[in-house]
Design a protein around this ligand. Sequence first.
Ligand SMILES: [Zn+2]
Length: 659
Amino acid sequence: MVLAQQTDYVDFTFCKAFVKFDTVEKSVSGIVRHKFVMLKDVDSVFVDAQKMDITNPVELLDFENSETYKIAYRNDGSKIWLKYGFKAGKQYEVIINYKVIPGKALYFVGWDNEAPNQIWTQGQGKYTSNWLPSFDDMNEKVAFSLTIRFNNEYEVISNGKKVFETETVDGKADHVFMMEKPMSSYLVALAIGKYDKQVETSASGIPLEMYYYPEDSLKVEPTYRYTKQMFDFLEQEIGVPYPWQNYKQVPVHDFLYAGMENTSLTIFSDAFVTDSIGFNDKNYVNVNAHELAHQWFGDMVTETSGTHHWLQEGFATYYALLAERAVFGDKYYYWRLYEYAQELLDQDNRGAGTALLNPKSSSVTFYKKGAWLLHMLREKIGDFAFRQAVRNYLIAHQFQNVSSEDFIREVKNVSDVEVDGFFEKWLESPVFPYNEVMASLEQSKFIQEYLMADCEANNAKCDYYLEAPLSDQAKSKIISQVPERITSDVFMDGLKVRQAIAKHVSKIPDSLKTQYESLLKDDSYVTIEAALYNLWSNFPNDRIRYLDKTKGIIGFQDRNVRLLWLVLALSTPDYEQNNKQAYFDELIGYTAPDYGFEVRMGAFSYLQALNLFPEAALANLVNATNHYNWQFRSFARDLVGALSNDERYADILEKLKNS
Ligand SMILES: [Zn+2]
């Protein structure tokens, strides 16, 4: 028996929704109106809605007679079933009033602590139907128009174009957003918080809105660097105009992933907000390009099912690399491909290789093997045919759903090169064709040099390599292999080579002390953190000087330098005796929910290293075991487990868990 899917007998076309929030109760209430056309006669259709209270009788507008009826419905906790004699070819609209405290997919952040007050959503993998009655099936594409009521001191951002804002009543205004084209429900999004924005316009006239926290105005340029350039590049390269009315990017606090490509509204982790020093090591460029590429690959054409997930992640990863190549050059491009190949090789060596068409594959497979497939395909069929195939594929299926076959068909339409064997190997085999991809990479002189320069054997050639004008990557590799052989000349190299010294040269010869100290002034928080630790460890008599030199440096958003500095200051007995308590309190403070989870994880780890957990930190740790971010939650649970074995903490933890 084949169960019919709902999309076989009904087509939902337009959704008009009104939502408002209670930030104390952390609830959403709303009214959603779904318009739909029947393809067959049936007596019930459903809308996905998780654990919602229906607060008014469900109504149905029958367009045939323009009458509105209260209709029978059943709310089974995951779907609302509408009972009516629906007739093929007829159009209807259902009106549902609801209220819900979402278990996931919509998050209230900071309303109970000092973190920035925000509300934001994450639909993919979580289901938008947790806060908005909608469709879990990606094949149901609907044009959404959201009206959001909120306190007018906050910025309200959603999919599509903001067409209207009402007068403020009781401090609140209604923000009306409108979309022109349909999309899957998992791409519905909103972000509410205190933001300013900068707006640029793409070469094609699309407004690019870049949001930031008001206190971060100096970080806007480095955070969003190359945004317009990459946008213009991708429109050109893909050959299909950007499909939506505008493009917005919004950083949020304690986000679940790096970024999410909601249609016309990318939400990303504020850990990527950076100053120009942080930019050198950890910037938003790759995530920026990746989520932007998804606006075509994922949002405009959407996989029919998880089997074809590489059509989203493989394409987004590949096109992000192309956009970065346009900014950073060929070496960057080949280097990233090389890194991806090593990760895929590792995966295979662990016996964990997976096929691209396996819906349960790892992200490494979907993202990186998918990107490699496209790089190799382009080599095989040539630039012209490749771009033609991608363009035809996007245009033929725009605002619809796609499978791998749809893409392969377009490749065959434009190229006479035999590709059946190619796709079979790349899509169906769990093995990553490592030798083949390395043969392709070795066309790059830069990669050749990297592979050739090798000091595993630690011979006389290593001194030559350390002096030679090699690429940063090749020289860093040599430094990691023979850190004891470096000379003062190596310090003359650039930022990344000097960073390799800080990371790998942990025993500092007296003869290099002065050069090594100069690393503390580099424009890199990675270098400063590693150099500070190594200098402090190697030269106990100079600890106070090193601490004074680095006192005001915070580091990345996760405060990497400041946390280390506090720990070293506390571990240096004769340093600022009078401030010891204040430094310890500051470190404990970073474990609180007021800070991002990356800061908190760092602070907890250092307390563990210091073997010192006061009750306030233990309370914050127990609180973290219920955090919505699974990565942080499991970190906290593991640490509670470890500390419970320590008799100093066992009773306190037990008491805290029970309260
Ligand atoms: Zn992605």
